[in-house]
Design a protein around this ligand. Structure first.
Ligand SMILES: C[S@@+](CC[C@H](N)C(=O)[O-])C[C@H]1O[C@@H](n2cnc3c(N)ncnc32)[C@H](O)[C@@H]1O
Length: 387
């Protein structure tokens, strides 16, 4: 099978973890870029990337890369592409674009130029044209224009890969599934220790943790991928990937709780939809009175950021979280993501690591607290003796 360049898009801060996933999958010449990772592979690798990568939002297949000097240049270059290789008459297409260029202050205008080029090319060659369907197209085309550089790609994913297919409900502030998986993988956890999200909301971190611990690919629940409507779709090849035996045994406990009865009900429904009811323990519980199973274990959580709370309440909440971690979670590692710097300061524990991430448009800090058994000094001495 021929090899070609593939680009996996992700969130800022997750590029290196995505590169690690791609290398493990067998991607070649893996290069970290801004909010993306590029690599080389064949058709099978592109299918596998869509099915297996937990931290990718989209898998793109670049088909043309060129410099544009002016607006008409974009049309001329786009018209040279043999579109009938990628799009059959009678099929529909849609365009989406990422544009940062003085030539195209209106992002839509760049998409329009490419659309005109595709339609005109078909008309000139056949007298007919494929239709545009922004909602449910057979082929999605991605226009990326940065300054003068333009890359046109086929979007092999279709809907964003964060739409795993298991979510049936959401609370007020659900984490994006790709961000949740990235947060877990950034800690190095793969199911070795017990996992707790004591403010689990709709259960995103719990479900993504269970998928990781059990080796279940995130694409297992999806009903479709973009490449399935491409002219060169290889159904047998993709069926082999879908029917692989990926599940592994995992003995760690995955425990979730939330103070809100409504949120726990939503989490329960999502967990059931992902067929993980037997894997995740779920309860209504205030984090501030929660006693965890004995160490070792990991807490990964996404507390309220305080947009809907009074400023003093957020400081009190985070201070109480810090106290509870200190008092009851000795031997655990706790990771908290928040956009509330006042809240994080009030935790009152020295972070061992800080990672910058975005939750949607909110700049967040993702912090690791090591909760030593005994004093910190004793723990350092023990660690030194172990080396
Ligand atoms: C930002 S949301 C978590 C969203 C979740 N990560 C998701 O993907 O759906 C914060 C959650 O903290 C819960 N919460 C607030 N105070 C709590 C407390 N004292 N104990 C337990 N949960 C609490 C809220 O009910 C809410 O569901």
């Amino acid at each position: 099978m021929s090899r070609f360049k593939i680009v996996a898009k992700t969130f800022a801060g997750l590029e290196h973890i995505l590169a690690t996933e791609i290398k493990a999958l067998g991607g070649e010449s893996v290069t970290v870029e801004r909010r993306a990772v590029s690599f080389f592979g064949d058709q099978e690798m592109m299918y596998k990337a869509n099915f297996h990568l937990r931290t990718a939002l989209k898998i793109l297949k670049p088909i043309a890369e060129f410099d544009v000097e002016n607006r008409d240049d974009l049309y001329d270059h786009a018209k040279k592409i043999p579109w009938d290789k990628y799009l059959a008459l009678g099929k529909s297409f849609a365009l989406d674009s990422t544009v940062q260029s003085e030539m195209f202050l209106n992002t839509m205008y760049a998409s329009l130029k490419v659309k005109d080029a595709i339609v005109d090319k078909f008309r000139e060659q056949t007298g007919k044209r494929p239709s545009v369907d922004p909602e449910n197209p057979d082929v999605r085309i991605n226009v990326y224009l940065m300054g003068n550089r333009c890359i046109l790609s086929l979007d092999s994913s279709g809907e964003s890969l964060h739409k795993r297919g298991y979510r049936v409900g959401q609370g007020d502030a659900p984490l994006n599934e790709v961000l949740a998986a990235g947060m877990i993988l950034l800690t190095g956890w793969h199911g070795e220790r017990d996992f707790i999200d004591p403010m689990c909301g709709s259960g995103t971190l719990l479900i993504e943790a269970a998928l990781i611990a059990k080796g279940i690919p995130p694409g297992m629940y999806r009903t479709s991928f973009g490449f399935e409507t491409w002219p060169d779709f290889n159904e047998d090849l993709f069926a082999d990937i879908c029917n692989g035996d990926y599940e592994k045994e995992s003995s760690c406990k995955i425990i979730g709780s939330d103070i809100s009865i409504k949120d726990v009900a939503i989490a329960r429904a999502n967990i059931k939809s992902a067929s993980l009811t037997k894997v995740i323990d779920l309860d209504v519980q205030d984090f501030l009175t929660l006693t965890p199973p004995s160490a070792p274990g990991i807490v990964i959580t996404n507390p309220p950021y305080g947009e809907r709370m009074k400023p003093h309440s957020i400081i009190e909440l985070y201070a109480a979280i810090g106290d509870n971690l200190k008092n009851k979670f000795a031997g655990y590692e706790a990771w908290i993501i928040s956009s509330s710097m006042d809240g994080l300061k009030s935790v009152g524990l020295k972070p061992a690591k800080k990672i910058d991430l975005f939750n949607g448009a909110l700049a967040c800090s993702y912090r690791c607290y090591e909760l030593f058994q005994g004093s910190h000094k004793e723990a350092v001495i023990i660690k030194k003796k172990l080396v």
